[in-house]
Design a protein around this ligand. Structure first.
Ligand code: F3S
Length: 65
């Protein structure tokens, strides 16, 4: 599974990081600094989906294969 991240649209809600801190790191100001594409490790798919849904700005989305 791959997640696409539009980091320019992040306004710092930090909800993604609360759900999945290892997958979605923040900078010192609380903004998502994840790469624009993240390959989700096997087993972390459900966690990643919850983090994607947690963002009110819809900064992240799941890439369809
Ligand atoms: Fe940003 Fe959304 Fe996370 S606004 S910090 S990507 S919850």
């Amino acid at each position: 599974m791959k997640i696409l991240v539009d980091v320019k649209s992040c306004v710092g809600h930090a909800r993604c990081n609360k759900v999945a801190p290892e997958l979605f790191p923040l900078d010192d100001n609380g903004y998502n600094v994840t790469a624009s594409e993240v390959e989700i490790p096997a087993g972390d798919e459900a966690l990643a989906q919850r983090a994607v849904r947690a963002c009110p700005e819809r900064v992240m989305r799941i890439a369809e294969d």
